[in-house]
Design a protein around this ligand. Structure first.
Ligand SMILES: C[S@@+](CC[C@H](N)C(=O)[O-])C[C@H]1O[C@@H](n2cnc3c(N)ncnc32)[C@H](O)[C@@H]1O
Length: 260
């Protein structure tokens, strides 16, 4: 079972800011299409740094509500229409906010949960008729170097990123889950289910490479304990600042479905 101690990363701005810079445009585009109405009842699960909670709060307006839930809520900014709940979502316990909801959002949460399939069913059941479930996940794909200052840099990147994914998998993170969400939403009775995939190039020094750097920095000790070479990891970390290093980003999938 996942709990605060078990979650693979710590919520820090060095991780969550570049994450938001990468993902917020995709989430904003989904919300523009879904067009939830002002005055709605919204839920943001695994709210993290709170950027999507803020988007939902703006849409909800004075007559709507947003409940933001995370096991670690210290980075979620309060607002008059936002209630903040600290809860471990892996336990199967009832959600801390009362539904039914017009929109339930969870980005990069459910691939960390062992109870992910039951959780999607629970979320589908928490929607109003016509309400939307919007999930975003990273899926594990082969690390890819687009351009590197040397073969050594390129090889270190592939080994270290694969090593990071292995360490995450050992801590419950399910790298293929994002590919299973669409079918799980259909099983849960949702309609209008749609998946979109997003990935892009990240150049050393940019927001994406800062995210890779933070992910690997947070897991450096665990990777060395698991037998990875410290010099390889440090070459990887330094290369994330080098504009000559260009790599493929994490692969993000955005999946949405509606209660009929
Ligand atoms: C990678 S961050 C994503 C944050 C935010 N949703 C975003 O996309 O910007 C994952 C979030 O899920 C939360 N989380 C992980 N496991 C959790 C659990 N079992 N219960 C509640 N929150 C959890 C973490 O605390 C973290 O805020």
């Amino acid at each position: 079972m996942t709990n605060l101690a078990d979650y693979v990363f710590h919520n820090v701005p060095a991780q969550l800011s570049p994450l938001e810079e990468f993902l917020d445009p995709f989430t904003r585009a989904e919300l523009a299409e879904i067009a939830p109405a002002p005055g709605g009842r919204f839920l943001d699960l695994g709210a993290g740094g709170g950027s999507v909670t803020r988007m939902l709060s703006e849409i909800a307006g004075a007559s709507g509500t947003v409940a933001a839930v995370d096991q670690d809520t210290h980075m979620v900014a309060p607002a008059p229409n936002v209630s903040i709940h600290t809860q471990d979502l892996s336990t199967g316990e009832p959600l801390p906010a009362e539904g039914p909801f017009d929109l339930v959002h969870a980005r990069l949460l459910t691939h960390h949960l062992e109870n992910r399939v039951e959780f999607v069913h629970q979320l589908a059941g928490s929607l109003k008729p016509g309400g939307w479930l919007l999930l975003g996940e990273f899926v594990r794909s082969a690390p890819k170097v687009v351009s590197a200052p040397s073969e050594k840099h390129a090889e270190a990147f592939v080994r270290v990123l694969d090593g990071l994914y292995d360490v995450m998998t050992a801590r419950h993170t399910h790298g293929a889950w994002g590919h299973e969400v669409h079918a799980t939403m259909l099983d849960a009775g949702l309609t209008d289910v749609r998946t979109q995939w997003h990935y892009q190039s990240w150049t050393g020094g940019g927001h994406g490479c800062r995210l890779f750097e933070n992910n690997v920095s947070q897991k450096r000790d665990a990777m060395i304990e698991a037998g990875f070479d410290a010099a390889d990891i440090d070459l990887f970390l330094a290369s994330m600042h080098d504009p000559a290093m260009v790599v493929r980003s994490h692969e993000f999938v955005s999946i949405r479905g509606r209660r009929g």
